[in-house]
Ligand binder design. Structure first.
Ligand code: HEM
Ligand code: 2DC
Length: 469
């Protein structure tokens, strides 16, 4: 017999009191750990209300399957009000990230063709390969300058530049030049703005931005400043390409990048294109760079796995005679390593959907319209879901049973990450070149945890040593 919605365990009766407790636990930075703890207390399903934000939380892959079957034709995730408020405030259009319903779907279908279809992925490979080669050259220079045949550093700033250079080269078909010695201060400002934008978003998940704006809160002002910086820089890049395209006469065979392809396709309005390309540019920096940083950290902690991956890459290089597209088909362990990184260190703590129909999960009835969250961070660390979850083990992903609703780092279905193919290709090519050129080592035994700043980030600097092979 199915139990009613009102009997789901959890703390959902007093949103204000729960917000207060959440704040006392420093929940703004510990969201992932609080979710994990809630699953331990309440079991595989719990209901929660923090402030005005109400949800049902689940953890099992089988329940995730039920959730995504009920997401409907226009899947909708939790509305990040800080982001929509900024756009409303500045009169800017929503891109694919923030649109919903029919408008979302029509934009997304067109964007899919230019951003995530296997056909265009081939175009990205040479562009991303070039950026990675330049990154390796840049690191070699740093190693030489150190005079010690090694470089010990916190790579995060370098990785932000690498990620921005990569995503820009795919979007604009042009290099920004971030792998050079002198770096455009505007590009650096853009990077800083993205970090600030994420950081200032998380408190506004629980306190309405409209209210914070009225009382003139610093967090709202910082947030506006961050998005202004992001939009200004993206506008500059977009205008630049737009101008070039209008001046150009003859057509060349060269792949012109996502933006020019969308403009030439002429199926979306310029304002819609601008809005989504800005989101792609902003979404393409901290996500891949942090995932790569975590991967290097895990490979430094597991030298044997690092050597296994290096051997796989060497064999793939030999078999494909250096053809990068072919190489990418021969590196299952490298791909497993990236899945393993996202299992233990997901960018998104949770996936969420407002369900389109009534469902039954763990024998509880959940009505249509409810916000249901899959605790991605908690699932990745659940021993009932992953055998010995604390072990970083890329080879676990070679078995197909491991895959059923377990590899969800990029989300699921038609609303999954639009940047997924760019991100995967970029990260795989990065690891290929890094493994071919450097041994990565870790200094002391520092245990690095995650901290929540809308996306999950390392809670302290990760210091690595790179040694040329
Ligand atoms: C959405 C993860 C990189 C752009 C998402 C979602 C997740 C995610 C979990 C929500 C999916 C869902 O609700 O089912 C990641 C991870 C990345 C990454 C783990 C890298 C390791 C990128 C990159 C870009 C990007 C490089 C841009 C080039 C977007 C956009 C959406 C999105 C535009 C919204 C799509 C929509 O609503 O239709 N991402 N992402 N992401 N991501 Fe990513
Ligand atoms: C954060 O409780 C925790 O990919 C909230 O590239 C629920 C939530 C909702 C939406 C998620 C967000 C979390 C984490 C960051 C995500 C975002 C959707 C897209 C975004 C997962 C889990 C991200 C990082 C995008 C960002 C694009 C950019 C233009 C801001």
């Amino acid at each position: 017999i199915v139990k009613p919605f009102g009997e789901i365990p959890g703390l959902w009766k007093n949103g204000v009191a729960n917000l207060y407790n959440f704040w006392k636990l420093d929940g703004f930075r510990n969201l992932h750990r609080i979710m994990l703890q809630n699953f331990n207390t309440f079991g595989p399903i719990y209901r929660e209300k923090i402030g005005y934000y109400e949800s049902v939380n689940i953890i099992n892959p089988e329940d995730a399957a039920i959730l995504f079957k009920a997401e409907g034709h226009y899947p909708k995730r939790l509305k990040v009000e800080a982001w929509t408020s900024y756009r409303d405030y500045r009169n800017r259009k929503y891109g694919v990230l923030l649109k919903n319903g029919k408008d979302w779907r029509s934009n997304r279908v067109i964007l899919n063709k230019e951003v995530i279809s296997p056909k265009v992925q081939e175009n990205f490979v040479p562009l991303l390969d070039e950026v990675s080669q330049d990154f390796v050259a840049r690191l070699n220079k740093k190693i030489q300058r150190s005079g010690q045949n090694r470089w010990t550093t916190d790579l995060s700033q370098e990785l932000f530049k690498y990620a921005l250079e990569s995503v820009s080269s795919v979007l604009y078909g042009e290099r920004l030049g971030l792998m050079l010695d002198y770096i455009d201060p505007d590009a650096q400002h853009f990077i800083d703005c993205i970090t600030l934008m994420f950081k200032t978003t998380s408190p506004m998940l629980y306190i309405p931005p409209g209210l914070l704006r009225q009382i003139g809160a610093k967090v709202w002002h910082d947030h506006v400043e961050a998005w202004d910086g992001i939009f200004n820089q993206a506008d500059r890049c977009i205008q630049n390409i737009y101008r070039q395209l209008r001046q150009e006469t003859g057509t060349t065979d060269k792949y012109p990048g996502v933006l020019a392809s969308l403009l030439m396709l002429d199926k979306l309005s310029i304002e819609d294109i601008k809005a989504s390309v800005t989101e792609l540019m902003a979404g393409g920096v901290d996500t891949t760079s942090i995932t790569l940083l975590w991967t290097l950290y895990e490979l430094a902690r597991h030298p044997n796995i690092q050597e296994e991956l290096r051997a796989e890459v060497a064999a793939a290089r030999a078999e494909s005679k250096g053809d990068m597209l072919e190489m990418l088909k021969r590196i299952p362990l490298v791909k497993g390593a990236l899945k393993e990184t996202l299992r233990l260190h997901p960018v998104a703590v949770s996936l969420q959907r407002y369900i389109a129909e009534d469902i039954i999960i763990q024998n509880y009835h959940i009505p249509a319209g409810t916000l249901v969250q899959l605790g991605l961070y908690a699932m990745g660390r659940d021993p009932k879901v992953f055998y010995r979850p604390e072990h970083y083990q890329p080879s676990r992903w070679l078995r197909t049973e491991t895959q059923y609703f377990r590899s969800l780092g990029f989300g699921f279905g038609p609303r999954q990450c639009l940047g997924r193919r760019i991100a995967e290709t970029e990260m795989q090519i990065f690891l290929i070149h890094m493994l071919e050129n450097f041994r990565v080592e870790k200094q002391r035994h520092v245990d690095v945890q995650s901290t929540f700043e809308l996306i999950l980030l390392p809670d302290k600097p990760i210091i690595l040593t790179l040694k040329p092979l």
